[in-house]
Design a protein around this ligand. Structure first.
Ligand SMILES: C[S@@+](CC[C@H](N)C(=O)[O-])C[C@H]1O[C@@H](n2cnc3c(N)ncnc32)[C@H](O)[C@@H]1O
Length: 271
């Protein structure tokens, strides 16, 4: 039967490859890479570099073009836009597995960071498998995520003692207007709008990182006030203009209790 490895390759530093990942790289004879356009060509290059160093057996690299996606869809239209994009990506995966892998062949998708975190590869493969007609099995190799890298580079943990931590998107943080009740640590990913800018002066500390694990890495941290928010925005804009793309992630940590927001927050308190 055809076999597909989904290999987490770490968040930008080739040395984040695990020994398990290296072993899986050595087993595959076809590697599927998705090209996300000119400005992100560096992301494909990192994968090619990993293959040059760690894929010893003769292999082929098949590059497919990632389908376009409406990233500016309004909140209500966001889920249908993602569903449509996933379906079209599924069509590509199905074709790659059907046409590029021999019946007993072994292929691999190289997934940025950890495949379990804000990545659609696992859901899409499950969907393609459920469609039937393409018989294959698959194995997932975990990777070092950008979240783990962010925490390590700032030399901090993600949670406080016995407390929860939430991982969310910039879009959701902006819609919620702040940290959820009862959660003191929130990791924010996929934030093109810099939702942290609306949360200054609320007793939060921010640990921000861009291009983590790469030679372009930028780290900024401190109490989230207007000056730091402006500095992160300016740094981000300058780096994005210079490189043509940016990937950044941040941890927001509540360091002071939230101020009461209205009658609902004080109900039951001292009168
Ligand atoms: C589609 S998600 C993929 C996450 C990935 N699976 C992981 O485990 O990190 C892309 C988001 O991850 C974050 N990210 C990925 N790599 C990063 C890096 N090297 N530096 C900073 N953020 C990164 C950014 O928030 C980016 O918008």
């Amino acid at each position: 039967m055809k076999h597909v490895y989904v290999i987490g390759i770490g968040a930008g530093d080739p040395e984040q490859l695990t020994l398990q990942a290296v072993r899986a790289l050595g087993r595959a004879e076809v590697f599927f890479l998705l090209d996300k356009g000119e400005d992100k060509a560096g992301l494909v290059r990192l994968r090619e570099e990993i293959l040059e160093r760690h894929a010893p057996r003769p292999h082929r690299i098949v590059v497919a073009t990632d389908p376009d996606r409406d990233r500016d869809a309004a909140t209500g239209a966001y889920a249908p836009a993602v569903d449509d994009w996933r379906r079209r990506r599924g069509d590509i995966y199905q074709r790659l597995i059907a046409e590029e892998l021999a019946d007993d062949g072994c292929g691999a998708f190289l997934v940025w960071g950890d495949p379990a975190l804000y990545d659609s590869t696992l859901a899409i493969l499950e969907d393609v498998h459920a469609r039937g007609g393409t018989d294959f099995d698959w194995t997932v190799v975990p990777g070092i995520s950008s979240v783990a890298t962010l925490a390590a580079r700032h030399r901090t943990g993600l949670n406080q003692v016995g407390r929860p931590v939430q991982i969310t998107t910039g879009r959701r943080l902006a819609d919620a207007g702040g940290l959820p009740q009862g959660v003191d640590d929130v990791v924010v990913m996929l934030d093109a709008r810099q939702a942290f800018g609306a949360l200054t002066g609320q007793g939060l500390h921010i640990y921000w990182g861009a291009y983590l694990g790469t030679p372009d890495e930028i780290l900024l941290a401190g109490p989230l006030d207007d000056a730091l928010a402006d500095r992160i925005r300016a740094t981000r804009a300058e780096a994005r203009a210079r490189k043509g793309w940016i990937m950044d992630t941040y941890l927001l940590r509540r360091t002071q209790p939230p101020a009461p927001r209205g009658p609902a927050d004080t109900a039951g308190g001292p009168r």
